[in-house]
Write a protein that binds this ligand. Structure first.
Ligand code: NDP
Length: 328
């Protein structure tokens, strides 16, 4: 195997840097499976890792990228053989372990899922951790018996990766979805993804009332902070709020009022160390209910050389949908 391209994040006393570089096979970590990566993605967490805005990367230098999809080129694990199409989401990859923004990766079998039959490697990465997290939120909503007839479901950060896929999945499952966004220019786009109604995110992000009118049977919140607090305050009696993100902030300036007066449930969603069984359920839901045509309209494809430039745009909320990284 010859040298290959990757993004490498390094840090010293002077600077934090993410740059595209050429690596040699000897630099790959010693893991039982090697993968020729076809696609990775740019998730919010990757943008934090690449810019150094949050301490996502645990040791340096490291290849970022919490997602990858490609073909197995070497395997000492009997569960995977050369030529298998595989994907990986999370497990600390791109944080404490070599990530997906590289033409080659070395990983453990426990972290890999076979590529679902209905998706290409590109489609799997168009979904990526963001889409699979959206599916985890939808599974939680269903597990708490929130049905389409129970009322509107709110999705915050709706034009982002998690949000846009949540909108699409929920509407295909028959829910009436209200999308909250800061992008007035994307109202029609969100309606095409399946939103029945679109609200301006300032309605939620600037309110700090302990209780407000009961509007949502369920909420998929990708934003945290005041938005999550006001989503809880406006959730109807017995409703369920899935908290999965922090695009507005990590704080949660709420009161107990919606919990003790309306019996609402706040469900935490983690994609990184989620069980394999749950991952299979989430990908199965995506295979059944995510519209392929809509997925095409959600993606922007970039090369490894564009990742550093796009990461700050993502943190500033200037991107929409999903960013797929074609590593080749
Ligand atoms: P994106 O950057 O694609 O989307 C985030 C969206 O949030 C933006 O598009 C914007 O949507 C909205 N937003 C951005 N800044 C603000 C702000 N200051 N106030 C309010 N809204 C804002 O990110 P992802 O969809 O990939 O991820 C969303 C969140 O979910 C992130 O915090 C990420 O870390 C988290 N996440 C968590 C996972 C888990 O395992 N729990 C897994 C995957 C993601 P709009 O303009 O439409 O309002």
């Amino acid at each position: 195997m010859t040298s290959f391209k990757a993004i490498l994040v390094s840090k010293d006393d002077e600077r934090y840097q993410a740059r595209m570089t050429s690596l040699s096979p000897e630099q790959l970590p010693k893991e039982p499976i090697e993968v020729a990566v076809e696609y990775s993605t740019l998730n919010y967490k990757d943008a934090l890792a690449i810019t150094g805005e949050s301490p996502i990367i645990r040791h340096f230098p490291l290849v970022p990228g919490i997602d990858l999809a490609g073909l197995v080129t070497k395997s000492e694990d009997p569960k995977f053989k050369v030529g298998d199409a595989v994907m990986l989401n999370g497990w600390g990859v791109g944080e404490s372990k070599w990530g997906g923004m590289s033409q080659r990766a070395a990983v453990r079998g426990e972290w890999l899922l076979p590529l679902p039959e209905s998706f290409s490697t590109k489609e799997a990465m168009a979904i990526g951790t963001a889409g699979y997290t959206a599916a985890l939120c939808v599974l939680a909503l269903k597990q708490h018996n929130i049905m389409p007839a129970d009322g509107d479901v709110l999705v915050t950060g709706a034009s982002g990766g998690v949000g846009s896929i949540a909108v699409n999945l929920l509407s295909n499952l028959g829910y009436r979805v209200v999308a909250s966004t800061g992008k007035s220019s994307e109202v029609d786009w969100l309606k095409r993804q399946g939103a029945a109604d679109v609200i301006d995110r300032t309605e939620l992000s600037s309110s700090n009332r302990p209780l407000a009118a009961e509007r949502w049977s369920g909420v998929v919140d990708t934003v945290g902070s005041h938005t999550l607090a006001s989503a809880c305050a406006s959730t109807q009696y017995g409703g369920v709020v899935m908290a999965c993100g922090l695009a507005q902030g990590m704080d949660f300036p709420a009161t107990v009022a919606p919990f003790i007066l309306r019996g609402i449930t706040l469900v935490g969603i983690d994609s990184v160390y989620c069980s394999k069984e749950r991952r299979f359920q989430a990908w199965d839901l995506l295979a059944k209910y995510l519209e392929r045509a809509a997925l095409q309209g959600l993606i922007t494809i970039i090369g490894l050389d564009e990742v550093s430039e796009r990461a700050p745009d993502m943190l500033a909320g200037r991107l929409k949908g999903r960013v797929v990284v074609d590593v080749n």
